[in-house]
Ligand binder design. Structure first.
Ligand SMILES: NC(=O)C1=CN([C@@H]2O[C@H](COP(=O)(O)OP(=O)(O)OC[C@H]3O[C@@H](n4cnc5c(N)ncnc54)[C@H](OP(=O)(O)O)[C@@H]3O)[C@@H](O)[C@H]2O)C=CC1
Ligand SMILES: O=C1OC[C@@H](O)[C@H](O)[C@H]1O
Length: 654
């Protein structure tokens, strides 16, 4: 009885092993390093890795080891320097440190950027500004505005900006298009593209929702954190847009879109579907789900149909099934020499960096892809992924930098330098014009920055004090290495002006840094004092950072003049004002805030006094109708912690 069963099992196992041997061989090939480069004329692109990401071995490290004449990984940076060191040791990478360390290395020509989606913009921009070519994981940024800004930056510096839609590089992708265009299936009528691979977060969410469990307290998992560019359509759905656009070009419009939200109000989707309309009436249904399996394409045409199974990792396995109405169905497979998509992509990137060929996914293409992702998110009601607040604020700082300098120049010329609030109001007027707007410079600026920061050009090169300050405001905190890289890149770009520049690149790195440091601390910082600002230095994990911060410790200021319940009242009132629609609360609502105090009681009269005191001190502003909004000092209070937050908290010295 047992023997026939064993025999069947053995036969089945053998058949399975036989049918999977190709898969096995290709996986082994993907993970086996190539030999060393023996071509004496080869000039491998020296790549730095930004982030010890899970995808990094597949996206860069294994492929680079297969392409020793085209690519050499020379440095790795991670938030945690020890992690970078461990990865460097494991892969025999010479240099390691933070992201900024990598960007500051002259030998690094290009970076591979596999950080979380919401960090792509920041670090791709920093890399481009440091003069590095960039291969950035998909999707290129959090939204189209950021993508556009990166595209412009890359163009202005003649650098390669490549978005890693690796599936496009496999021969089955071009074969798919070729069959569609050959006419054998007639005119395409509709397309369906899916993207799905369960993630632990998604499985957890599904289980939690099925069992009606609450999500644990604390921030959402990173890939579901909208402020980090999270959501399933960002991670997986972006592929479906790229497939549809690859096959049909630009959509005419979005017909519909819907999403399943993870946690109510989270704006992160577990799955999304959308329909795009293309020319000639072709519709494309795109579906992404963190709970389904499969990256597949199904095309229906007037005289047949086709399906491609596993367009995303076709080097492992795939099947292109073609069903013409007038001929027998067939299945095609194109493995070439077994090269994985990632390897083909890296080779294409290296060729583009060396100027041998154009990377097929152009920055303009990336912007368009992102535009449709934005549109789909907007149509689902979840909204496109926001830019991280910090960057909008940085732009705000850049604009402020201009205004600060104009103000100082004007006042200086008139021989009367205003200081404190008066100076700030003057800056506000410069930025926002006369009238009520000028009394709310910070809020107005935030609105301006939110709307247009990605459109604004990068700050000019640090060829003088003013531009060095702008650069500082734009970047938030900058490490010394970043500062040096910026100075070097800019002065190289303006070599003819180098002699005239106050910040130039002559001399050793240390001498250049010393010069920039001196200008910042001895010239710029004192000039900012009338405005209540200064240039501060922060040392974090051995790296020295520079940034512009508030000179006055306003938090302590309000603390010393108010008692404990008054302080709590003030903070609660600020929160109520910020949460209100018109950013103002009426006198009754302001009084009612005292009823929720936890750390002490305040009578109505005490509350009235406190409101008076806060208004007189510039912490609150009282409108003619008797409503309370944020006063200038509170507005500033809103602004400056952001500068401090640009780098993790640490002691401020200098
Ligand atoms: N081409 C493909 O097939 C795939 C592409 N991807 C893409 O690659 C990118 C990375 O994905 P994956 O490797 O899965 O991501 P990881 O979860 O490994 O995170 C990537 C990096 O982001 C940083 N990071 C992680 N969490 C945080 C956080 N909470 N705050 C700040 N930084 C954080 C870490 O950098 P550090 O190491 O410095 O700490 C980490 O190494 C994404 O853009 C994704 O879309 C992902 C999977 C497959
Ligand atoms: O790029 C990707 O490809 C594979 C997916 O599982 C992953 O979530 C995604 O980021």
């Amino acid at each position: 009885m047992l023997r026939p069963r064993l025999l069947v099992a053995a036969l089945l196992a053998a058949a399975l092993a036989y049918s999977l041997r190709g898969v096995w061989q290709r996986v082994v090939r993907m993970l086996t390093p190539g030999s060393v480069c023996t071509d004496a004329d080869a000039s491998p692109v020296r790549v730095g890795l930004l982030g010890a990401a899970k995808i990094a071995p597949f996206g860069l490290l294994h492929p680079a080891s297969r392409l020793p004449c085209a690519v050499r990984v020379v440095a790795v940076g991670a938030r945690d320097a020890a992690r970078a060191a461990a990865l460097a040791k494991q892969w025999g990478i010479q240099k390691h440190g933070t992201y900024s360390t990598v960007l500051g290395l002259e030998e690094v020509e290009a970076v591979y950027l596999p950080l979380l989606n919401g960090l792509h913009y920041e670090w791709a921009a920093a890399a481009l500004r440091a003069g590095k070519h960039v291969l950035v994981e998909k999707p290129i940024a959090s939204n189209a505005a950021e993508a556009r800004s990166l595209a412009r930056l890359a163009k202005s510096r003649s650098l390669v900006l490549a978005e890693a839609y690796h599936w496009r590089f496999h021969p089955i992708a071009s074969r798919l298009k070729e069959v569609m265009r050959s006419g054998e299936l007639g005119q395409p009528t509709s397309l369906e593209v899916t993207a799905g691979l369960p993630s632990p977060d998604a499985l957890f969410s599904a289980g939690r929702s099925a069992l009606r469990l609450q999500r644990p307290e604390g921030p959402p998992p990173a890939k579901m954190d909208v402020s980090l560019g999270g959501g399933n359509f960002m991670g997986q759905g972006c592929y479906t847009v790229s497939v549809a656009r690859y096959l049909f070009g630009e959509p005419l419009r979005l017909l519909n879109a819907s999403a399943v939200e993870d946690v109510d109000g989270s704006r992160a989707d577990l799955g999304t579907s959308a329909t795009l309309l293309f020319p000639k009436g072709v519709t494309a249904v795109l579906r992404s789900s963190a709970l389904s399996i499969g990256f597949n394409v199904h095309l229906t045409a007037s005289r047949g149909s086709l399906s491609l199974t596993n367009y995303l990792f076709p080097h492992i396995y795939h099947a292109l099934s073609v069903h013409p109405d007038s001929a027998p169905a067939r299945t095609e497979r194109v493995y070439g020499d077994g090269a994985p998509t990632f390897e083909l992509q890296l080779a294409a990137f290296a060729a583009a960096v060396r100027g041998r060929s154009r990377f097929p996914i152009t920055p303009a293409d990336s912007v368009e892809n992102m535009r449709w992702i934005d549109a789909i998110y907007d149509a689902t009601g979840l909204g496109k992924r926001p830019s991280r607040d910090r960057y909008a604020r940085q732009q705000l700082h850049r604009l402020s930098g201009d205004a600060v300098y104009s103000h100082l120049a004007e006042e200086e010329a008139a021989g009367q330098l205003a200081s404190g609030e008066a100076a700030l109001l003057a800056v506000g007027r410069l930025l926002c014009g006369e009238g009520a707007a000028a009394a709310r410079p910070v809020r107005l600026l935030a609105a301006i920055a939110d709307a247009s920061f990605a459109e604004a050009p990068a700050p000019p090169c640090p060829t003088g004090r003013r531009n060095l300050l702008q650069l500082m405001l734009h970047h938030g905190f900058m490490s010394e290495a970043e500062m040096l890289a910026q100075c070097r890149a800019c002065v190289e770009a303006h070599a003819q002006d180098a002699k005239a520049n106050k910040v130039n690149v002559s001399g050793s790195d240390e001498a250049q840094l010393e010069k920039a440091r001196k200008i910042l601390l001895e010239e710029i910082s004192p000039e900012l004092e009338p405005l209540g600002m200064k240039v501060a230095q922060k040392k974090l994990q051995g790296v020295l950072y520079y940034g512009v911060v508030n000179l006055r410790d306003d938090e302590a200021g309000v603390g010393s003049s108010l008692g404990k319940p008054q302080r709590e009242f003030f903070h609660m009132l600020v929160a109520a004002i910020k949460a209100s629609e018109g950013k103002a609360v009426d006198a009754t609502d302001a009084q009612n805030v005292r009823l929720d105090l936890k750390g002490g009681k305040m009578s109505m009269d005490e509350t009235e006094d406190c409101l008076e005191q806060l208004s007189a001190g510039g912490w609150l502003a009282k409108t003619e109708e008797g409503h309370y909004s944020l006063g200038i000092r509170s507005e500033l209070q809103e602004l400056y912690p952001i500068q401090r937050a640009a780098a993790p908290a640490a002691d401020v010295s200098g």
